[in-house]
Design a protein around this ligand. Structure first.
Ligand code: NDP
Length: 397
């Protein structure tokens, strides 16, 4: 049906490419390209039912990307490298003429600040070129946007309160490790918190607002209010939302390590001079921390991510909770990767499948909640991320 080029060969890509190979009727030709060729070859070697081509590419180099696109001639480019590469890859897609998908919004390397304005600014150019760009198609952002669109379509006349709740109740048996790219993860968590209420954004000190929330099959877990990128697009696309917040669970041990990392300057993102060489402390830290893609083997427990929504239906207020629980071990057995890579890589594959089947295809730059959620929700159930619904329950919010 179509030719897909995946860029980046980390934990998320491992899952997405393996799942694409499991859907080889849709992804008839797959190429995996990244900075380190050996990592692409390693993923490709695990796949037997279809040949995955591999290539080396610097995704910050638009000319190199365009040359690779000319060689492989993809129908869709799936960016599973880092948020720093988003704009370069989008530029290359426009220059060559190919559609685009990613799982995280653009963030400049020198400033830990992410927002959609940079990528939304490409809307006219993608539209004029007749190309589709699907932004933020992982779990959060990604499935959380699809869940919200599904709730708005089927269960509410208007959504008023949205709380996205992200719990990782897993144990990787390491003293400290991050579940996805450590640099991106630590930059995200150490930012100031932010949420939307009555038309304005409110700031909080980092991780200062927290409370225990009950997660299905997990129980109570201390949950911390954070800023997360989908809050920006969801409050724009569902203007009846009065309050939108994002919560994530962290264990005490994780938070203590994080505080020490910050206190000793290892979370710094500015270059420092070390023996005459410039190094960025957080990038050095990444090099010594466990690789998130390798955590799967001893990972026990599960993730539980969902949307807790309050709004109006037929003149009456109602509550709704839609969520998925994902076992780290089951994810590992299927793909060799842990649950966080799995819950991101599977939706990335599904978004690409929606595009290949012409279901999510329209010229312009779009967030996932702007497409029809139903076919995506159906695929979630079939591809390993089944969802569950609860109606008129206590949302604890
Ligand atoms: P990893 O660090 O494991 O993988 C990133 C990959 O990108 C690596 O293979 C890396 O190469 C490659 N890469 C980095 N820079 C370049 C470059 N300039 N040119 C080519 N390749 C490059 O990250 P993850 O797999 O954990 O995460 C991938 C993406 O998914 C990130 O953007 C992350 O923010 C996003 N994400 C989204 C989530 C969601 O729910 N929406 C959740 C989790 C992650 P090398 O191997 O050489 O380092």
């Amino acid at each position: 049906m179509g030719r897909v080029l995946v860029i980046g060969a980390g934990g998320v890509s491992t899952v997405a490419v393996k799942k694409m190979a499991m859907n080889a009727d849709v992804f008839t030709d797959i190429m995996l390209a990244s900075r380190t060729l050996s990592k692409c070859d390693q993923i490709a070697a695990d796949i037997n039912n279809i040949k995955v081509q591999t290539a080396q590419v610097d995704a910050d180099n638009v000319e190199e990307l365009v040359a690779l696109f000319n060689k492989f001639k993809p129908d869709l480019v799936v960016n599973l490298a880092l948020p720093y590469q988003d704009l370069h890859i989008m530029d290359a897609c426009l220059e060559y003429g190919v559609s685009y998908e990613d799982t995280a919004n653009y963030e400049p390397l020198e400033k830990a600040k992410y927002e959609y304005s940079w990528q939304w600014a490409y809307k006219d150019r993608f539209e004029k070129a007749g190309l589709t760009a699907i932004l933020g198609c992982g779990f959060d952002p990604g499935v959380t946007g699809v869940y919200t669109a599904y709730a708005a379509k089927h269960h509410f006349d208007e959504i008023n309160y949205l709380d996205i709740v992200d719990c990782n109740a897993g144990d990787h048996h390491k003293a400290f490790a991050t579940n996805f790219n450590p640099e991106i993860n630590i930059r995200e968590i150490t930012q100031r918190g932010k949420y939307f209420e009555e038309g304005v954004w409110k700031d909080t000190d980092p991780l200062s607002v927290h409370k225990p929330l009950n997660y299905p099959n997990v129980g109570p877990k201390e949950s911390y209010l954070m800023y997360h990128e989908e809050l920006e697009s969801l409050t724009k696309h569902f203007p009846t939302i009065k309050r939108a917040r994002f919560w994530m669970t962290f264990g005490q041990e994780y938070l203590t390590h994080l505080r020490v990392i910050q206190d000793i300057g290892m979370a710094r993102i500015d270059p420092i001079d070390y023996n005459g060489q410039k190094i960025v402390p957080i990038q050095f830290l990444k090099a010594v921390l466990p690789n998130p893609g390798d955590l799967g083997k001893n990972y026990t427990g599960e993730t539980s991510i969902g949307c807790r929504i309050r709004g109006m239906k037929d003149g009456k207020e109602q509550t709704y909770y839609v969520y998925n629980n994902c076992s780290h071990h089951a994810a590992y057995l299927e793909t060799g990767a842990q649950g966080v890579s799995y819950t991101t890589g599977v939706p990335a594959m599904i978004g690409a499948k929606m595009f290949m089947k012409n279901i999510w295809k329209k010229p312009g730059v779009w967030n996932v909640e702007e497409f029809d959620p139903d076919p995506f929700m159906k695929e979630l159930n079939e591809q390993g991320l089944p969802w569950h619904e609860q109606f008129n329950v206590d949302l604890e919010m």
